[in-house]
Design a protein around this ligand. Structure first.
Ligand code: ASP
Length: 582
């Protein structure tokens, strides 16, 4: 028998038992006449002791031949440890080994396989199977497992059925580029890997399945950004006969349930704000609301003096940093330098100190007197001891700059605590966004998103102003999920394609199958998809999704372990009728 117990379960109450364990040698301490070995498996670590006096010299010598990551099996007796280790659950006992079998040897691993490792990220990715032996990585995969199990249970208990949709499909324009797969048997033709199962889940609603979900891999050939994966997992859902609030309630229930069951945290009712409010108050549609520092527009009270920077700006906007007057001049200068870096791109920052004596001191005292500054403080709700930071410029640009500054200040003040969770719904997204380069509208969410019912007419006259029945779930400044009520009417869908610049023929070619289906009684429907990788990372208290994916790609989109993507042979290319040098 390989094992009677695992390496994490023996306790004081097992003292005296004869046991067998199997696992990996994590660490050895050789005292000459005694050797201790930390034996590791998925469940924990048990200390083994080989003792010349209590067993035999031969056994001790056999133990001396062990090395890190050897796979061994032992039989022995559970005894009380002389010096206990409070840090691990098995720390009161050790196993006096009576028999050792080496099941496999190991080459010296390229990095230390312990909680704290000396291995850099790239090296650990190359040997991911060794990295996963480490507790911090393994723990993340177990968390992911628990969350997916809970999602399945919750949705299944709520009458959703899990349906698999195909991976080899046809391009659906959802904002990103498709990964394509050449078809050998259909020369010159290609499949696309799904960016999401969007059209299929809508067809399942036409098919009458009523409530669908799938934990599904999606693929997007987007430009690489930090912490983006070309393949990622969604919890994809769709429901028939629902309005927006039905969807929000159902999936708020799911998220609340996950936090309760997995983290033992009770979340309050999620606030709901509109897209326009989010942009005005936080400068982003994915606001972090764990802290305040909401934007306050200051045009009215700032544009009546001779300060040209403000006077010429489309928007003057500020935040009050509670307690920020303790920032030294140097610290403030550091923020000013930071916002001038190309990644933020601001020209400068005006600040107002709210001193304890009730007086104000600003970087623009030349232009604004105490009354002006008092008005600014009043408008921004700043009190004694606070600091007001003000940016100005073109509306869109200045909002995103102040949003970046708000997050940076909050991070430095320790306001972005990863154990605190602040979810919210952002609703009423615009239906379309204007693309300057292509000189046409793009669907803000995707082309199947329904306009607000009372705005359908506006599609003809002022499409840019139409709001959609679309919503996002945001937690701690991250978009965790997004969805919409769909168009289920063939003529509205045709109108939408028209707004997006599709000719009738193009719409027919790409989406004929969906439009056809809509002729056969499509029910009103809507849905949502959550990014599983990000959701798990947030519950795991981390910003890095890579740590929660068993075999992730690096920031250049490569799998450095299997070395992919890679070239294919001339024979394969020929078989696929693909030319090598195009
Ligand atoms: N398919 C959408 C997405 O991947 C989600 C949805 O609308 O349900 O973002």
């Amino acid at each position: 028998m390989y094992r009677t117990h695992n390496c994490g379960e023996l306790r004081k109450s097992d003292i005296g038992k004869q046991v067998s364990l199997s696992g990996w040698v994590q660490k050895m301490r050789d005292k000459g006449f005694m050797i201790w070995v930390d034996l590791r498996d998925r469940y924990g670590i048990s200390q083994l002791i080989f003792d010349e006096q209590r067993t035999s010299k031969d056994l001790l010598n056999q133990a001396k031949s062990l090395g890190r990551e050897f796979v061994i099996q032992i039989d022995g007796e559970v005894i009380e440890r002389a010096s206990k280790n409070q840090n691990i659950p098995t720390g009161d006992i050790e196993i006096l080994v009576k028999n050792l079998t080496i099941l496999n040897s190991s080459t010296i691993p390229p990095f230390t396989i312990e909680d704290n490792t000396d291995g850099g990220e790239e090296l650990r990715m190359k040997y991911r199977y060794l990295d996963i032996r480490r507790e911090p990585v393994k723990k993340n995969l177990i968390l992911r497992h628990q969350i997916t199990q809970q999602v399945r249970k919750y949705l299944s208990d709520s009458s959703f059925i899990e349906v698999e949709t195909p991976c080899l499909i046809k391009s659906t324009p959802e904002g990103a580029r498709d990964f394509v797969v050449p078809s050998r048997t259909n020369e010159g033709e290609f499949y696309a890997l799904p960016q999401s199962p969007q059209t299929f889940k809508q067809l399942l609603m036409v098919a009458g399945l009523d409530k669908y979900f799938q934990i599904v891999k999606c693929f997007r050939d987007e430009d690489l950004r930090a912490d983006r994966q070309p393949e990622f997992t969604q919890i994809d859902c769709e429901m028939a006969f629902v309005k927006q609030d039905d969807i929000l309630n159902t999936f708020e229930g799911l998220i609340v349930d996950i936090f309760k069951k997995i983290k033992k945290i009770d979340l309050n009712k999620f606030p709901k704000i509109t897209y326009d409010q989010a942009i005005e108050k936080y400068g982003t549609d994915q606001p972090d609301i764990r802290f305040g520092m909401e934007f306050v527009e200051l045009n009215e009270i700032c544009q009546h003096k001779n300060f040209n920077v403000f006077n010429s700006a489309e928007l003057v906007v500020g935040i009050a940093v509670t307690g920020g007057n303790t920032f030294t001049r140097k610290e403030i200068d550091k923020y000013i330098d930071w916002i001038k870096t190309p990644q933020v791109g601001a020209m400068g920052m005006v600040y107002v100190r709210c001193n304890d004596d009730g007086k104000f001191k600003s970087s623009v005292d030349k232009f604004y007197d105490q009354t002006d500054l008092k008005n600014i403080a009043k408008k921004t709700n700043a009190s004694k001891g606070d600091l007001i930071m003000i940016l100005s410029g073109d509306k869109n640009t200045v909002r995103s700059q102040l949003s970046a500054l708000r997050l940076e200040v909050a991070k430095n003040l320790g306001l972005r605590n990863s154990e605190e969770f602040a979810p919210l719904w952002v609703v009423d997204f615009p239906l379309l966004s204007w693309n300057e380069e292509e000189d046409k509208f793009h669907a803000m969410h995707h082309p199947f998103t329904a306009p607000k019912p009372d705005q359908i007419e506006l599609l003809k006259t002022s499409p840019g102003s139409v709001k959609a029945n679309a919503y996002d779930l945001v937690i701690n400044g991250n978009e965790i999920g997004g969805g919409s009520i769909r168009i289920h009417d063939k003529s509205v869908q045709e109108q939408m394609f028209k707004c997006l610049g599709f000719t009738k023929q193009e719409a027919e070619e790409q989406f004929g199958f969906l439009m056809n289906a809509f002729q056969y009684g499509a029910p009103p429907h809507g849905g949502i998809a959550f990014g599983l990788d990000r959701l798990v990372a947030i519950l795991g208290g981390s910003e890095t999704i890579r740590d929660f994916i068993a075999f992730p790609k690096n920031n250049a989109g490569r799998d450095v372990m299997i070395d992919s993507p890679s070239k294919i042979s001339p024979e394969q290319l020929k078989e696929l009728k693909l030319k090598q040098d195009l």
